[in-house]
Design a protein around this ligand. Structure first.
Ligand SMILES: Cc1ncc(C[n+]2csc(CCOP(=O)(O)OP(=O)(O)O)c2C)c(N)n1
Ligand SMILES: [Mg+2]
Length: 555
C-alpha cells in the first residue's frame, strides 16, 4: 500500500497543533486539505462566503479563546482577497495561520499563478513556502511557531499538485507549542525601579494606564493594589477596556476615546505609569492627552519611540505583574499616599457622562449616546461584545461593567468591514448565543453576505446597527472642513428587511423603550437577529470635534 497523500499529513499536523475549528472557502489550492481537515475527529469547519471573512472569523476565534486562529483560502485570488484581514491581524498582534494553496509547481502555465510571498509579506504576515515534500512538517511547525511566538499571522503556501503526492516517509509531528521558550516572568532592574519609586512618591496626581500586557500577565490585582497605595487613578488602553470598571477611581479608556472627565484629569496629571501598554499614538492621543506628566513605562518590551513619538521618560523592563508588585513593595517603604484619590473625585467620576455636548436630533432618529446607554442596560454584562469601527465606535467605548476579555476589538489598521466576521468567530468559539455586535451601517453592509453563513451554520448572535445612513466618519470630517458631504451619505438601508431576506430575524427600533422587550424576545429564541437603529447624523464625537483644532490628519 502506498503512503497517504501529503494533504492528509498536513491536516494531521494541524490537528496536532491543537486546531479544532477552521474557517474555510475552497478552491483548487485548498479543497483537498480542507476536506481532509473536516474528517478529523471533533474538527468544526465553517464554510464562509468571502476569504476576508474567513480570516476575520479566525481572528474573532482567537480573541475569544486565546488560541491560534486558523483559516484556509485558495491560491491566487483567494490570497489577494485576504490582504486587508492579514494586515489587520498583523497590526493587532493576532496569531493566525492561513493554509493557502499555491499554483501547481510542475505546471507550465496556470491562470491563478501569483507570487504570493511579497503580497503576504507586505501585510506584516510571514509567508512560509512549503515546497519540499520531505520538510512539510517543518513548514507547518514554523507557521504555528511564528503565529504563537511573534503574535502575527503566518500564511502557509503549498503547491496543490505537491499536496496530492504521497508522503515520502511518515514520521511523528512535534507541535510548535513544545518549542516556545519558557522564560518565566521578567523582574525589574532594581536601580531603575528605585528611580520610578521616587517619582511615584513625589507625585501628587499619578495615573496608571494598563494595557493588554497587563491583562495577559494577570496583573490586574497587583495594579489595583499599587494604585490604592499610591493614590493613583486607573485607566486602560482600548483593548483592555473595562478592567477597572468596578473601581470608583477608574476613569476608563486613555486616548482619543477618553471621556471628558478623563481628559481633564489626564491634563492635570504629573505622573503617568503605563503598565503592559505600548503607548500607541491612539493611547496618548497623539501626545495631547497628558502633556504635563512625567511618563514611565513598565513593559516586557519598552519602546523609546512609538508611532513617531517619544513614548516615555523612564523605562522599566519587566513583566506587568512582577513590575507592579515590585513597585508596590518598594513604595511601601515610603508609606501610603492619597495622591489623586478623594471622595469628591470619586463622586464626580461616578456621575460624569462621557460627553455632554448638545445636538439637535432630527425627528425619526435617536441620539447614539442614548442608544448605547440603553444597550448597556439591556445586554447582560457577561455577554461577549464585539465593537465595529467608524464614527459610531466612539460611543460604544463607554459601555461599563464588562470584562476586557469579553470585549473584542481590532481597529489598529483602521479598516472597516471586519466586525461581522470577528463576531461570527467569537460566536463560533463560545457557541452559546451570548454575543452582541454593535456596528455602523457602512461597516456591516461591506460584508453583509456573511449573514448567509450565520443562517446556514445556525449561529445565534445579536447585531445592533447604529444606522446613520452614511459613512459617518467621512460625513463629520467633511462637515468640519466645510465640504459637501453628499458623497458619504448613501441612505439608511433597511437592515431589518435584509436580515429577514437571509432567513434571520430583523427589526427597526424607533424608540429606546423597545430594547427591553426586544431583548426578552431575542433571548427566547435561537436565531441571529439584527436591530436596525436609525441614529442621528448630527451627533459628532468629541474625537472628530477636536480634529478641527488639531488640523485634520496631521497629528
Ligand atoms: C476598508 C476601509 N474602507 C474605507 C475606510 C474609510 N472609512 C472609515 S470610517 C468609514 C465609515 C464607516 O461607516 P459606518 O460603518 O456606517 O460607521 P459610521 O462612521 O457611519 O459610524 C469609512 C468609509 C476604511 N477605514 N476602511
Ligand atoms: Mg454609518
Amino acid at each position: 500500500m502506498s503512503n497517504p497523500p501529503i494533504y492528509e499529513m498536513l491536516a494531521q499536523a494541524f490537528a496536532r497543533e491543537g486546531v479544532d475549528t477552521l474557517f474555510s472557502l475552497m478552491g483548487d489550492g485548498n479543497m483537498h486539505w480542507a476536506t481532509a481537515m473536516s474528517k478529523i475527529d471533533g474538527m468544526r469547519v465553517f464554510h464562509v462566503r468571502h476569504e476576508h471573512c474567513a480570516c476575520g472569523m479566525a481572528m474573532g476565534y482567537h480573541s475569544a479563546t486565546g488560541k491560534v486562529g486558523v483559516a484556509t483560502v485558495t491560491c491566487g485570488p483567494g490570497v489577494t482577497q485576504i490582504t486587508t484581514a492579514l494586515t489587520t491581524a498583523s497590526r493587532a498582534g493576532v496569531p493566525l495561520v492561513v493554509f493557502a494553496g499555491e499554483g501547481p509547481i510542475n505546471a507550465r502555465w496556470y491562470n491563478q499563478a501569483l507570487d504570493q510571498a511579497p503580497l503576504v509579506t507586505a501585510t506584516g504576515a510571514q509567508y512560509v513556502r512549503a515546497h519540499s515534500a520531505a520538510r512539510m512538517y517543518d513548514s507547518v511547525r514554523e507557521a504555528f511557531y511564528v503565529a504563537r511566538h511573534e503574535r502575527r499571522p503566518a500564511v502557509l503556501g503549498v503547491p496543490y499538485d505537491l499536496q496530492k503526492q504521497p508522503v515520502p516517509s511518515p514520521s511523528e509531528y512535534v507541535s510548535s507549542s513544545s518549542l516556545i521558550p519558557e522564560t518565566g516572568r521578567t523582574p525589574p532592574n532594581s536601580e531603575i525601579l528605585r528611580r520610578l519609586v521616587e517619582r511615584l512618591d513625589a507625585a501628587q496626581r499619578p495615573i496608571i494606564i494598563a494595557g493588554r500586557g497587563a491583562l495577559r500577565s494577570g496583573a490586574q490585582a497587583a495594579i489595583e493594589a499599587l494604585a490604592r497605595a499610591s493614590g493613583a487613578l486607573l485607566a486602560t488602553t482600548l483593548p483592555a477596556r473595562g478592567m477597572f470598571d468596578h473601581d470608583p477611581f477608574s476613569i476608563g479608556v486613555a486616548g482619543g476615546f477618553s471621556s471628558e472627565i478623563a481628559r481633564e484629569l489626564f491634563a492635570e496629571s504629573d505622573l503617568v505609569i503605563a503598565i503592559g501598554a505600548s503607548l500607541t499614538h491612539h493611547t496618548v492621543d497623539g501626545g495631547a492627552l497628558f502633556s504635563r506628566a512625567f511618563v514611565a513605562q513598565i513593559d516586557e518590551r519598552p519602546r523609546g519611540l512609538k508611532d513617531g513619538l517619544p513614548a516615555a521618560d523612564l523605562f522599566v523592563r519587566a513583566d506587568a505583574k512582577a513590575g507592579a508588585e515590585a513597585l508596590a513593595r518598594e513604595l511601601a517603604r515610603y508609606g501610603t499616599k492619597t495622591g489623586f484619590r478623594s471622595p469628591e473625585l470619586a463622586q464626580r467620576i461616578a456621575l460624569a457622562a462621557p460627553d455632554t455636548a448638545l445636538f439637535a436630533i432630527e425627528p425619526g432618529t435617536l441620539d447614539p449616546r442614548h442608544v448605547v446607554a440603553e444597550l448597556d442596560r439591556v445586554i447582560p454584562k457577561d455577554w461577549e461584545m464585539v465593537s465595529g469601527s467608524g464614527h459610531q465606535a466612539y460611543f460604544q467605548t463607554h459601555m461599563r461593567g464588562r470584562r476586557p476579555e469579553q470585549f473584542h476589538v481590532m481597529r489598529e489598521f483602521g479598516a472597516i468591514g471586519n466586525s461581522i466576521s470577528i463576531a461570527i468567530g467569537v460566536a463560533a468559539a463560545k457557541n452559546n448565543g451570548r454575543v452582541a455586535l454593535i456596528e455602523g451601517d457602512g461597516g456591516l453592509i461591506m460584508h453583509i453576505q456573511e449573514l448567509e453563513t450565520l443562517k446556514r451554520h445556525g449561529i445565534r448572535m445579536l447585531i445592533c446597527v447604529l444606522n446613520d445612513g452614511a459613512y459617518g466618519a467621512e460625513v463629520h470630517k467633511l462637515r468640519q472642513d466645510g465640504l459637501d458631504d453628499s458623497g458619504a451619505i448613501l441612505g439608511r438601508a433597511d437592515f431589518g428587511a435584509i436580515a429577514r431576506g437571509f432567513g434571520l430575524r430583523g427589526t427597526t427600533v424607533g424608540d429606546l423603550s423597545q430594547f427591553k422587550s426586544l431583548m426578552r424576545e431575542f433571548d427566547a429564541q435561537g436565531t441571529a437577529e439584527i436591530w436596525n437603529v436609525p441614529i442621528s447624523d448630527q451627533v459628532t464625537s468629541p474625537t472628530i470635534r477636536r480634529l478641527k483644532a488639531k488640523g485634520h490628519g496631521v497629528t
